[in-house]
Design a protein. Structure first.
Length: 509
């Protein structure tokens, strides 16, 4: 595979939890981007996986009476299964308990130690096991972490990373790379955190064993976040900086994460990398948080939505579409049945589904079930074709900034234009009065649909593949370079089938 490299990652998920819609969201957003870049000729490395060390995982395993490794094996598999179910096209799935990752984490530790960035000291402070994070006294709210998680007082001998020494260099880095942290609100949040009282960071623990052993002092295991962040390097072959994947893909183009973990990615991670003399990733995107029917998702509230439940109820591609279309990417949003059904019946069944169905069944019945032969174009035809051909550059710009909702809106404008064009050109009338003109109108519509289907593939791969099948577009002409080709008149077309059925509530809402 040639093309400009694009390395994109999801967070690696803790194995203490079953996969839910939040995990599916991040992974589908990254999957969409990875698919988009591949179709756009880029050489993509898409990494996801599971974060298996630390006190939280250790505790979850113990609570179940299972040894941590067996527990991790089971739960990690659930995340792999989620990827298959969500049609996720990851190139690698990493687990932090793999030997290659333990080796990479220890190598990074030794590099930091060699460069004088680590010292042994005594830690006394607040720790939240749920967040796997240290908090300052001043950050606590009514005795809890700002996230609402319980905190405990920890006093241990710990190794520290000289984070405070990196304050000015971090700020200079943010200044010199205005697109490093997105969206803008997150950037401001990080800059003010770093401008505040940035203390040295405890990077080892002694009170439990479930972690990567600190090289040279096996009383300590590495702080789970130092180990976890290193996964992005492990996957490209670190510590072998001559490894082909390292050379091709590092630094990563994008770490996609939820807003809950931007401090780790935008402060600690670049500081560790700079301190180890390694290049820093190009961009971190902290997306928003989903609630469910207006409430925070939690097991105790019983509103914990697994991706599996949602796929079974609404269908895979409608769910993928909803997640990326419903919210301005970056903002928080609410998952509600009503909003989901609105998108299925509106954007999918009515807008694109109906357009495809009415055009393709008309061609099937009245056009000999083959791609029509167009005559000379009128202004209205040229206008719709131009709108379709202009899509790629617009959608590319929007997806490159992770504005998925805007990219989809742009595609849906052409769907709207096409529906208006069908109404105004009225091929059913032309059938009797001017069959040659009818053929031109149908051809223009099919070309518009072809553009839409090719560009919507990253979001809805299965449904758009079906639609492209119905347009008889060969498999090798479905990438973005093929947008410049055109449907060949006379090509036989299969019998069309509806792609997006309406969602009918069995129980009235
Ligand atoms: O933080 N809405 O893992 P984690 C949107 N292991 N996204 C959500 C969400 C919600 N309600 N709930 C979860 C960890 N997410 C670490 C990461 S990376 C080196 C280590 C998504 O299992 C979102 O991407 O707690 C969030 O950042 C991630 O799941 C947290 O997953």
């Amino acid at each position: 595979m040639t093309g400009e490299p694009f390395y994109v990652t999801t967070p690696i998920y803790y194995v203490n939890d079953s996969p839910h819609i939040g995990h599916a969201y991040t992974t589908v957003a990254v999957d969409t981007l990875a698919r988009f870049m591949r179709l756009d000729g880029r050489r993509v490395l898409f990494l996801t996986g599971t974060d298996e060390h630390g006190q939280k995982v250790d505790k979850s395993a113990r609570d179940k009476g299972i040894d941590p490794q067996t527990f991790c094996d089971t739960v990690s598999q659930n995340f792999r299964d989620m990827n298959v179910m969500m049609n996720v096209s990851n190139d690698q799935f990493i687990r932090t308990t793999e030997p290659r990752h333990i080796a990479a984490s220890q190598a990074l530790w030794l590099e930091l130690e060699k460069r004088g960035e680590i010292y042994l000291g005594k830690f006394a402070g607040w720790y939240s096991v749920r967040d796997e994070a240290f908090y300052e006294e001043s950050e606590l709210k009514e005795g809890k972490a700002p996230t609402g998680a319980d905190v405990e007082w920890v006093e241990e001998e710990n190794y520290f990373f000289k984070l405070s020494a990196w304050r000015e260099r971090l700020l200079a880095y943010y200044d010199a790379h205005p697109d490093f942290i997105a969206p803008r609100a997150r950037r401001n949040e990080i800059v003010s955190f770093v401008k505040g009282d940035l203390r040295d960071l405890s990077i080892s623990r002694t009170s439990f064993k479930w972690g990567v052993p600190v090289p040279g002092n096996e009383k300590h295991v590495m702080y789970v976040w130092l180990d976890a962040l290193t996964n992005y390097l492990t996957a490209v072959g670190y510590p072998d900086t001559d490894a082909p994947d390292y050379k091709t893909f590092w630094p990563a183009d994008l770490h996609m994460v939820g807003k809950d973990i931007i401090r780790f990615h935008c402060v600690y991670w670049p500081a560790f990398l700079m301190a180890a003399g390694l290049p820093v990733p190009k961009r971190i995107y902290g997306h928003g948080w989903w609630t469910v029917e207006g409430q925070k998702m939690s097991k105790s509230l019983g509103n914990f939505l697994t991706a599996g439940d949602l796929v079974a109820k609404y269908g895979l591609d409608p769910l993928r579409y909803f997640m990326l279309r419903e919210l301005p990417f970056g903002s928080d949003g609410d998952f509600s049945h009503r909003a989901m059904v609105g998108r299925i019946n509106g954007d999918l069944a009515n807008d694109i589904g109906n357009l495809a169905q009415r055009v393709l069944s008309f061609v099937n019945k009245n056009g000999g079930a083959q791609v029509p032969t167009p005559g000379a174009y009128k202004e209205t035809d040229e206008a719709l074709l131009k709108a379709a051909r202009d899509l790629l550059s617009k959608v590319r710009a929007e997806f490159s900034e992770q504005s998925f909702n805007k990219g989809l809106e742009t595609i849906w404008q052409v769907i709207g234009d096409s529906n208006r064009y069908v109404d105004s050109e009225a091929p059913w009338t032309l059938r009797k009065t001017d069959p040659a003109r009818m053929a031109t109108v149908l051809y223009v519509l099919m070309e518009a649909i072809r553009h839409v289907a090719i560009l919507a593939q990253p979001v809805m791969p299965q449904s758009m593949a079906k639609l492209l099948d119905q347009l008889a577009v060969p498999a090798h002409q479905r990438d973005f370079a093929a947008l410049d080709t055109a449907l060949v008149p006379g090509t036989a077309l299969p019998k069309p089938e509806g792609i997006f059925p309406r969602f009918v509530d069995t129980v009235p809402a």
